[in-house]
Design a protein around this ligand. Structure first.
Ligand code: MRU
Length: 368
């Protein structure tokens, strides 16, 4: 996607396959900083501290982290070392399934080889494959979701289509294109009159900082709203559709996504507004039927108490919002039950959020 009129991806490996470059998302929208990850600990820290974030991107980052770790691993204890890095990576962010999915694929690669050099090559190839597949899936999500926006635009006699989104499910959450934003980018490029309501997404403010920045770079019209505004806009018929991303989706179609998504789905249902969830198939968790068993990440209460911005001198600063001694609770995700979701959008198509229809599209997972 575009940054200052230049094409970028959120992550890329250097030409000699020795380190990985990422965009440090904690500095956006104020500073565009490229950061180098060259040691396994850099990958663990980058994911934990949200220099990279979003289900798709943390999966790809972890896949490359496993490859880079293999370059540093001691020959005599290669397997033990790799397993401990895998464990560390997985424990950084427990909710988005893409992370464990990518690390487990890398562990399977290691199992296949007796020679360390062969294992390293396989880890590199697999990381590249996971990365490219993510890009292709997001591109196809755009094509599949475009039809929904086109239909609404036709229904409104080509008047502005207002789309509400929560958090950041754009290219910054993946490698390129994004999930929820991918159809919006395509609609905008195709000349459809679109406007995006961007939920700020407290407490990390992924919407206000990242989604707004992405849309600005791609010249898509948008307005930032506080997290409490969506319901009111829906009652006033100022929202035509909602599209959000996902961090984990069960076989039954329940969706785990950024905290606050559930409230938007409730408002959309009450106001008869279509609520879509866009994600690549790698975000399905085929093993969990009951979404109550999913571990919901709890982050530090400090993220609620403090906020970050830029001061008059151009310095990125953190300030305290609350009484210093306050307790603060910070769940990072919530669960939206399938019954509140109009359709799911993946690279395979647009379909209903229920087990029967999901397994029609993914019959290979019937017995998982
Ligand atoms: O905590 P984050 O920023 O990593 O949250 C994950 C997300 O990006 C959102 O929940 C998003 O809507 C899902 S799309 C990958």
């Amino acid at each position: 996607m575009r940054v200052n009129e230049k094409d970028y991806r959120t992550i890329c490996l250097d030409k000699k396959n020795k380190y990985v470059s990422i965009i440090d998302q904690t500095q956006l929208p104020h500073k565009f900083v490229i950061e180098k990850l060259e040691h396994p600990n850099d990958f663990v820290r980058a994911i934990k501290d949200m220099h990279v974030r979003g289900a798709g991107l943390i999966g790809v980052t972890a896949a490359y982290g496993m490859y880079i770790a293999s370059l540093k691993a001691p020959e005599e204890n290669f397997d033990v070392y790799m397993k401990s890095i895998a464990q560390e990576l997985k424990s950084t962010r427990p909710t988005a399934v893409n992370l464990a999915w990518a690390v487990d694929q890398q562990l399977e690669e290691i199992e296949k080889y007796n020679f360390i050099d062969s294992a390293r090559n396989a880890l590199l190839e697999r990381a590249n494959k996971i990365c490219e597949e993510e890009v292709n899936s997001c591109k196809k999500i755009g094509i599949n979701g475009l039809e929904l926006i086109t239909n609404l635009s036709e229904k409104k006699c080509k008047k502005e289509v207002n789309i509400l989104t929560h958090c950041n499910a754009g290219w910054l959450a993946f490698v390129d294109y994004g999930s929820a934003l991918s159809p919006i980018y395509l609609a905008n490029k195709s000349g459809i009159d679109v406007h995006v309501w961007v939920d700020m997404t407290s407490p990390w403010n992924q919407g206000a900082k990242l989604t707004a920045w992405e849309l600005q770079q791609e010249k898509v019209p948008y307005t930032i709203i506080s997290d409490n505004t969506g319901g009111h806009l829906m009652q006033k018929r100022l929202v035509d559709m909602v599209i959000v991303g996902a961090d984990r989706v069960t076989k039954k179609g329940d969706v785990v996504n950024k905290i606050g998504t559930y409230l938007k789905a409730l408002s959309a249902k009450d106001n008869n507004i279509p609520f879509y969830v866009a994600f690549p198939s790698s975000t399905f968790d085929w093993k969990i039927e009951n979404s109550n068993y999913i571990q919901i990440e709890k982050r530090s209460g400090e993220e609620v108490k403090y906020t970050q911005g830029i001061d008059e001198k151009g310095k990125i600063t953190r300030v305290l919002l609350t009484p210093k001694e306050s307790n603060a609770l910070n769940y990072a995700f919530d669960i939206t039950p399938a019954r509140l979701i109009t359709k799911l959008i993946t690279e395979k198509g647009v379909f209903n959020a229920n087990k029967k229809d999901i397994l029609k599209i993914y019959p290979e997972h019937k017995n998982d």
